[in-house]
Design a protein around this ligand. Structure first.
Ligand SMILES: Cc1ncc(COP(=O)(O)O)c(C=O)c1O
Length: 354
């Protein structure tokens, strides 16, 4: 029997997925583990948080795992947002999960526009905080622009926030950033117990389909979040995949180098064409497009080439794919820039995917 049909563009570049599947040794471990798929995972996940904590060098009481970072974010909002007026301050745009899940749990997203260079506007976010604010969300690197937060700026921001407000520091793409460019999470967490770091195995590790992510915070907050976990809620393959992924640091580094090299090639090519993507610290590139005619031409060119990217009012976010996909993006954006007609087969820019 054939599996259910999945709508599949030739170049699926809308979800910031890793184009290369799980790491080879992780794939082998997963194949070997499939024979035990008749067995339940742990009732409450204990081994997986321990595994992650050992890798990070923290206590397992500080880790809460979930069904991807999305599942963890949902549990954070369920646990910490209280009352009918609760507000969550976040950048506009940001990862769509944040406004969506905030509304799902009955909160109100307060959207703060990015600066002109695509960075989260820390001053404006501070100014947006009021008595109703319960959570502030920062992403590093930011989605969709790929801009990064500097340690000094983040620390300054946190010093000015009332400790009653929780700050979610979303590091879904942190592995794509060289270590010397990352903010010092240990220092941040030690100085600010109100911070929750969120990470995922969906991006650099290439495990989006397995749904595994985690929060890292102080043990008391972690325990509050964990109360929302679902029994047997983490699939049994997640633990095997994480274990094998941590053992495959060399393969992971190779992947990251391949993707970031392609990202830099794509960025340079787009700049040569006259587009103005900001420097990205992640596995995607944001192309500002404010002229509706030009945006329409890009949409047409992408549709003709079978490229699915993600559209925003101010531009498009293109996931870095394999070299063939990136060449197709460059060719399409060359066409769109040239003014020559492109054949159209529908709108390739996904508005609804997150
Ligand atoms: C910034 C950010 N956070 C969290 C997520 C959620 O990732 P997942 O639920 O696959 O772990 C994404 C997914 O695109 C993201 O871009």
């Amino acid at each position: 029997m054939t599996p259910p049909a999945r709508e599949c563009p030739r170049f699926p570049l809308a979800l910031n997925e890793n184009p290369y599947g799980p790491l080879p040794s992780v794939r082998r471990a997963l194949e070997g583990a499939l024979v035990s798929a008749n067995r339940y995972p742990e009732f409450w996940p204990r081994r997986l948080p321990r595994l992650i904590a050992n890798h990070l060098g923290c206590s397992s009481e500080q880790i809460v795992v979930g069904a991807g970072a999305t599942g963890v974010i949902m549990h954070i909002l369920q646990a910490l947002l209280t009352g009918p007026d609760a507000e969550v301050v976040m950048a506009d745009p940001t990862f769509d999960g944040y406004p969506l899940l905030t509304v799902t749990v009955g909160g109100h997203p307060v959207m703060v526009p990015l600066t002109a260079d695509g960075s989260q506007d820390l001053e404006a976010m501070l100014a947006a905080i009021d008595a109703r604010t319960q959570i502030v969300v920062l992403c590093n690197p930011h989605n969709p622009t790929g801009t990064r937060l500097r340690h000094r700026d983040l620390a300054g921001f946190l010093n000015r926030i009332d400790a009653r407000i929780t700050v979610i520091l979303d590091e879904a793409y942190i592995e794509f950033m060289p270590p010397h460019r990352r903010t010092d999470t240990d220092l941040i967490l030690a100085a600010h117990p109100n911070v929750i770091v969120v990470r995922t195995f969906s991006k650099a590790f290439g495990l989006a389909g397995l749904r595994v992510g985690y929060a890292l915070t102080n043990p008391q907050t972690a325990a509050r979040i964990a109360r929302w976990q679902i029994p047997f809620g983490i699939n049994a393959l997640a633990e095997i995949a994480v274990h094998a992924s941590y053992a495959a640091q060399g393969e992971l580094n190779h992947r990251i180098r391949t993707i970031t090299r392609e990202r830099d090639r794509l960025t340079a090519a787009l700049r040569r064409l006259g587009y103005t993507p900001p420097d990205s610290a992640a596995n995607y590139v944001f192309v500002p497009l404010t002229d509706p005619v030009q945006a329409g031409r890009v949409s047409e060119a992408f549709a003709a080439a079978g490229i699915r990217a993600k559209q925003y009012p101010a531009g498009i976010r293109i996931t870095v794919g394999d070299p063939t996909a990136n060449d197709a993006v460059i060719a399409s954006l060359t066409d769109a820039q040239s003014g020559l007609p492109v054949s159209s087969c529908g709108n390739a820019l996904a508005r609804t995917t997150i």
